[in-house]
Design a protein around this ligand. Structure first.
Ligand SMILES: [Zn+2]
Length: 333
């Protein structure tokens, strides 16, 4: 490989089989966005992350991703804590970080990007971003065309007087390779698959990608277990870990829970809402056992505690495809 290509390739865990992490025991985490009550999909992700960390003798940390406090009132975070306790999914950090209270932390990381000349203001309106000929990533997301990357200081000054800009992160033509603990070898090109992403919104709120990387880095997270809708997000996050001088964690992405119609299980599905489930089912064991069965850990859905599953949990048994949840599944709990 010549020097030029060498600079453009970031590879982590390249020689490892599709298996769980190099750092043992791992530090895992669950980082819900408290914009509503937990639903079946959150419980499934939380249980999987808890089992991956705890079965390997590791720690399990909790964090609240309430970056946008308008959408995330504290009552939902309190309900999540109560639901996790009810489920028996204990966490090891006495202090739970709330992203809404960590603006100063993100400001510090943001300044590091500014010092490296990796950010620039973007004045594009929503309509400008979604023009018909905008380039798209393979999953349909609009890739920013880089319109504002080359504005002169004079143009920026002029535009600033009319509207406050968002800030974008320059994502270079770099290929990120990593081995996912479930989906195996992954390759993404930052420029092609992501383009320059918003790292701070025009209202000053820091973007998810910045906050999640800063928090995982500072919390010492070495194992990230989450839904496969976030698989490609690992690429800009690995780039940010490297840029901030941290080792990226190992990733394990989970198949999604979907309805019989093939749609992703959503918060609005009442039968998936934990408030509803707790009314139907006063004890957590049938629900934990059902999800353990979905995760391939039990031959049939039968009541179990999270602790019961620790001794035989095996991430390799998690199904390789998305998992269909029948609409009436809760009647059998
Ligand atoms: Zn722009």
């Amino acid at each position: 490989m010549d020097r030029q290509n060498e600079n453009k390739m970031i590879t982590i865990n390249e020689n490892k089989k599709s298996d769980l992490p190099s750092v043992q025991p791992p530090t895992g985490r669950f980082a819900p966005s408290p914009s509503g009550r937990m639903h079946l999909g959150n419980v499934y992700s939380a249980l999987a992350a808890w089992l991956c960390a705890k079965s390997a003798g590791g720690k399990f940390l909790l964090r609240m991703e309430d970056l946008d406090p308008m959408r995330c009132p504290r009552k939902f975070a309190d309900l999540i804590l109560s639901d996790l306790e009810w489920l028996g999914l204990t966490w090891d950090n006495a202090e739970i970080p709330y992203q809404s209270e960590r603006t100063a932390v993100y400001e510090n990381f943001y300044q590091q990007l500014a010092e490296k000349n990796l950010i620039y203001p973007c004045f594009c309106s929503r309509a400008q971003l979604h023009v018909a000929d905008a380039p798209h990533a393979s999953d349909g997301r609009v890739v920013y065309a880089g319109t504002c990357r080359h504005l002169t200081p004079e143009e920026i000054k002029q535009k600033r007087s009319r509207r406050s800009p968002a800030t974008r992160l320059i994502l270079p033509d770099t290929t990120i390779c990593f081995t996912d603990g479930h989906y195996g070898s992954q390759t993404f090109n930052l420029a092609r698959d992501w383009g320059d992403i918003i790292i701070r919104r025009s209202d000053g709120v820091f973007a998810y990608q910045l906050a999640v990387t800063a928090d995982d880095a500072l919390m010492g997270v070495t194992q990230v277990v989450r839904g496969c809708d976030l698989l490609s997000s690992s690429a800009p996050q690995i780039f940010l870990f490297r840029t901030f001088g941290y080792e990226p964690p190992c990733y394990l992405h989970l198949p999604l829970l979907i309805t019989g119609e093939g749609a992703r299980l959503a918060k609005r599905d009442k039968a998936a809402d934990l408030g509803f489930l707790r009314q139907q089912c006063p004890d957590p064991e049938p629900l934990i056992g059902y999800i353990a069965w979905l995760l391939g850990q039990l031959p049939k859905p039968e009541p179990a505690t999270a602790d019961d599953l620790l001794s035989f949990f095996d991430a390799k048994k998690i199904p390789g495809h998305d998992i269909v949840i029948p609409g009436n599944y809760w009647e059998k709990l």
